[in-house]
Design a protein around this ligand. Structure first.
Ligand code: ZN
Length: 452
């Protein structure tokens, strides 16, 4: 590995310059800006490294190009599928940036620009790891496949369907991606999954328009009373969701998972102070990390009705709207949860509410005892010289459930970003030391995997 690490150190400035070229090319999926041009640039960068590529139009309304790459190695027995995305979030609000979002600028050892960390810098690290191995006379210890998504930032609306029809191409023994930050303590992080999501919106209307409350109050139904009664019945006094069957498919948390969760640093007092709250809804049995990663949630994300501005206004609102997100854990099916939610609404007497599903994404989790898992942990440990924080599942949602559901490729992530990467926000940035460490981690991972 020393020869490879030296090569990466010697060429680090060029790698940074190349990353700047990549960032300079806008690729804003939600606005349809620059995706095709960025795809072309990416394929050139893959070609330079020696990775065979294929541009795969995904169909759908916009027919965006998924970039597939493949590099087989004679003698390698294991195949690793690397996922990344080359689209970025919109840069707005532009005046909040200290330097323009698509003019990458280096300040204090960080590159600032939209997509530096999310996800261009992190996915680019994998390509440069391949270069470092091949240019130092090595042969790749594993076969590599790459899947570069053109629309992750808008929830990958075409990916699931596309993979279902082209799945065989992506068959691999194990999957890998880098997105998000390392642990705030400065330790590297290895993540084995993500929660899924079922997002619903409920609309309920009574009158055709808002009316004077002095003229009609008590005579005219206010839609909020029934909505509040419905919402109030969604959880019992202990905070358990009352929807019949909501927890049916949830797998029990194993002792091994509990042990790993207990190792994750958590400064409860600092978190409480930071959030300015007195306590978390956690118990001695179910810890903060278990609650936020391995237990499903039901959250009221928004409520809109009537007058919420300054001062008083006396009306009976004619309509009310609620948004609810449910984070789901391994083995729960978001469509099934939606059906159960609907049935609950009907049996409780609120079947006239207008319910729709705004978002749907399955959960995903690779078992901690996956035989390849030690390679990921060891790669992160070796490069950082620190013990990695192991997460059985992240609390958030990533649209990669198809890896579990029908690709049958277990997926493990090692994020390379800095905790203050400001992804999705103005002044997004990538710590360049972590970028270089990321290249080394990817290269190390390829070798560690080949030893298993
Ligand atoms: Zn993102």
């Amino acid at each position: 590995m020393d020869r490879i690490y030296s090569y990466i150190n010697e060429h680090s400035q060029r790698f940074i310059d190349e990353l700047a070229t990549f960032v300079k090319q806008p690729s804003i999926s939600s606005q349809g800006i620059g995706i095709e041009d960025c795809a072309t640039l990416l394929t050139q960068m893959m070609e330079e490294v020696g990775i065979g590529y294929e541009v795969m139009p995904m169909g759908g309304d916009t027919n965006p190009p998924l970039i597939y790459g493949e590099l087989s190695s004679p003698g390698a027995s294991k195949t690793l599928l690397v996922y990344g995305h080359y689209d970025v979030q919109p840069p707005e609000p532009l005046d909040a940036w200290d330097s323009p979002p698509f003019e990458p600028t280096i300040r204090n050892g960080r590159m600032y620009g939209r997509g530096t960390a999310d996800n261009k810098g992190q996915m680019f690290a994998h390509l440069k790891a391949v270069e470092a191995i091949l240019k130092t006379g090595g042969t790749l210890p594993v076969n590599l496949k790459f899947m570069f998504d053109p629309e992750e930032e808008i929830g990958s609306p075409n990916l699931d369907r596309f993979i279902r029809t082209t799945g065989d191409k992506f068959k691999a023994d194990i999957g890998f991606y880098s997105d998000g930050p390392i642990h705030p303590s400065g330790r590297p992080k290895v993540s084995f999954g993500n929660r899924g999501m079922c997002y619903v919106e409920i609309n309920h209307r009574e009158a055709g328009r808002d009316v004077h409350s002095g003229h009609y109050a008590e005579a005219l139904p206010n839609p909020n009373w029934r909505m509040i009664r419905f919402l109030n019945g969604l959880k019992d006094d202990n905070g358990r969701v009352t929807i019949e069957g909501f927890y049916d498919d949830v797998l029990p948390v194993t002792d091994a998972e509990k042990a790993v969760l207990a190792e994750i640093p958590f400064n409860e007092k600092a978190s409480l102070d930071d959030l300015k709250v007195k306590r978390f809804n956690i118990t001695d049995d179910v810890s903060f990390w278990e609650t936020t990663t391995l237990v499903p949630s039901l959250n009221i994300a928004g409520y809109a009705s009537g007058y919420g501005g300054e001062g008083a206004k006396t009306i009976i609102p004619c309509k009310t709207r609620v948004k609810i997100d449910m984070r789901l854990v391994k083995n729960q099916d978001p469509v099934d949860i939606f059906e159960k939610f609907k049935r609950h609404m009907e049996t409780e007497g609120f079947g006239d509410f207008d319910l729709k599903m705004l978002g749907c994404c399955g959960p995903r989790r690779t078992p901690l005892d996956n035989p390849d898992a030690p390679a990921f942990i060891e790669a992160a440990r070796k490069v950082h010289g620190k013990e990695p924080v192991v997460l059985p599942s992240g609390g958030g949602t990533v649209p990669l459930a198809f890896f579990d559901d029908y690709l049958n490729v277990p997926l493990i992530a090692i994020p390379y970003g800095n905790p203050d990467e400001m992804n999705h926000a103005p002044n997004e940035n990538f710590d360049l030391d972590l970028f270089i460490k990321g290249i080394k981690t990817s290269a190390t991972l390829f070798y560690e995997l080949s030893r298993i």
